[in-house]
Design a protein around this ligand. Structure first.
Ligand SMILES: Cc1cc2nc3c(=O)[nH]c(=O)nc-3n(C[C@H](O)[C@H](O)[C@H](O)COP(=O)(O)OP(=O)(O)OC[C@H]3O[C@@H](n4cnc5c(N)ncnc54)[C@H](O)[C@@H]3O)c2cc1C
Length: 409
């Protein structure tokens, strides 16, 4: 049994705490915002084990100029952030070249392949399993041309083991009758599911772990000082020593990796959601609209419309036009929708190759990284927590971790 600190109480930090406590460790979680208030709060809630195609893929060379100039594009760049973003963006473009993209897709698929098993210990608990809705996710294309453009990526998914069915317009309408008849093709991903309330899931998990001895300290960690026998954390003007430290601070993780001798090009893909209260019955499953870059997910408190990618740094200022785009586009897909009552901004933690960092730090084998899960942190939480626990227990992890190393940069 060791004293372990986890910095960050999102999906990755909580799942890591659960796995470490199953191994009998004593865990202290640090997060000034409390449980599940970062990107984990307002995501689309999908268990997207099929999502092995990263945003960095060859289609960006074709689509990026149009995306950056069009008003209905779900992909935006804040030009004032460009000087800061340029090195990340250059790596992102390099990572979109076919060979590198296929390598990223393979690395993601290998993790996603184990995502279901990773959740198994958590979902064996009835209180947690009640948040799961086992309805397959549906991804839609409003015209055959954009579906055809997506074919190479769908073919790669299939090669990497993802099972799906392609649907035509009438099959889509039969499955989801409230949708406007504007979708020509759909893809239904086998065995996918979603959470009815991702934040509720995390709160419940936290409540269970707290009852078993998990300590939550609502403070910001200012620095991590690694050493051979653990690491010291600077918190609230004091130093606290732990035998192991897990860095699970999502988009804010680069500062700690740097302190542990691993400079990583982590930035953020900002995403938004709007909520339509009481409208969850309009669809029976998460429904994505490919060209508009969002999902409409039935949640316990309404229909959550979540997505878009904005490259604009870490500020709090929301891009009103992306919120309007989500509202306008979802009403076009589901004409019965009324008016959203709230919106949310979240910071996806994204490395330019779209692959998370999972592994030991260069400075100390006792500092473990688990960050950079981009669009997939909910999906990959279980397997990431398991990997963290395996590394600390000196057990073999379920797959080769070389593709996820911080040293790849
Ligand atoms: C619009 C949108 C839709 C999405 N949809 C999906 C989806 O359907 N499926 C899916 O799998 N994923 C989805 N994602 C991605 C997913 O939400 C993220 O990958 C995931 O939440 C990342 O979890 P995390 O624990 O790494 O980070 P976070 O949830 O951001 O948690 C990091 C925590 O670290 C804390 N922290 C930061 N700095 C410090 C510090 N110095 N000291 C202490 N604590 C600190 C923060 O307060 C925060 O709580 C979506 C994301 C967005 C934005």
């Amino acid at each position: 049994m060791s004293e372990i600190a986890i910095i960050g109480a999102g999906f990755i930090g909580l799942a890591s705490a659960a796995a470490l406590m199953r191994d009998g460790h004593r865990v202290t979680l640090f997060d000034p915002a409390g449980v599940g208030q970062g990107a984990s709060f307002g995501n689309a809630g999908t268990f997207a084990h099929y999502a092995c195609i990263p945003v960095n893929n060859p289609s960006v060379f074709r689509d990026l100029p149009r995306f950056l100039l069009s008003n209905d594009s779900p992909f935006r760049l804040r030009w004032g952030y460009l000087p800061h973003l340029a090195p990340w963006l250059a790596r992102f473009m390099m990572s979109s070249l076919p060979r590198r993209y296929e390598k990223s897709a393979g690395a993601l698929a290998a993790l996603l392949d184990r995502a279901h098993d990773g959740y198994a210990p958590l979902l064996a608990n009835a209180e947690l399993a009640r948040f799961v809705r086992s309805r397959e996710c549906l991804y839609l294309y409003s015209n055959a041309a954009s579906f055809d453009a997506a074919r190479p990526a769908l073919d790669l998914r299939r090669q990497l083991g993802v099972a799906f069915n392609v649907l035509g317009g009438s099959e889509i309408r039969a499955l989801e009758p409230s949708l406007a008849p504007i979708f020509e093709r759909g893809v239904l991903f086998a065995n996918s599911w979603h959470f009815s309330d991702p934040h509720g899931f995390l709160q419940t998990l936290y409540g269970q772990l707290a009852a078993q001895g998990l300590t939550l300290v609502r403070s910001s960690v200012h620095a991590v000082e690694p050493s051979a026998d653990g690491a010291a954390l600077s918190v609230d003007g004091a130093t606290r020593r732990f035998a192991h430290v897990v860095i699970a601070t999502g988009a804010r993780s680069a500062q700690f990796a740097k302190q542990c001798a691993d400079p990583v090009p982590l930035d953020t893909e900002r995403g938004y959601h709007v909520r339509f209260p009481g409208a969850q019955q309009l669809v029976s499953r998460p429904v994505g609209w490919a060209e508009r870059g969002f999902y409409m997910t039935p949640m316990s408190d309404g229909l959550r419309v979540a997505g878009t990618v904005e490259l604009a740094g870490f500020g709090e200022t929301r891009n009103r036009s992306l919120i309007d785009l989500l509202t306008f586009s979802s009403k076009r897909a589901l004409p019965a929708l009324d008016t959203p009552d709230s919106s949310w901004l979240g910071l996806r933690p994204t490395l330019p190759d779209g692959v998370p960092v999972l592994g030991r730090s260069r400075a100390s084998e006792r500092v473990i990284y688990a960050f950079g899960h981009q669009h997939l942190g909910l999906t990959l939480a279980g397997v990431s927590g398991r990997i963290v626990a395996d590394l600390i227990a000196q057990r073999a992890p379920p797959l080769d971790l070389a593709p996820y190393s911080a040293a790849r940069f």
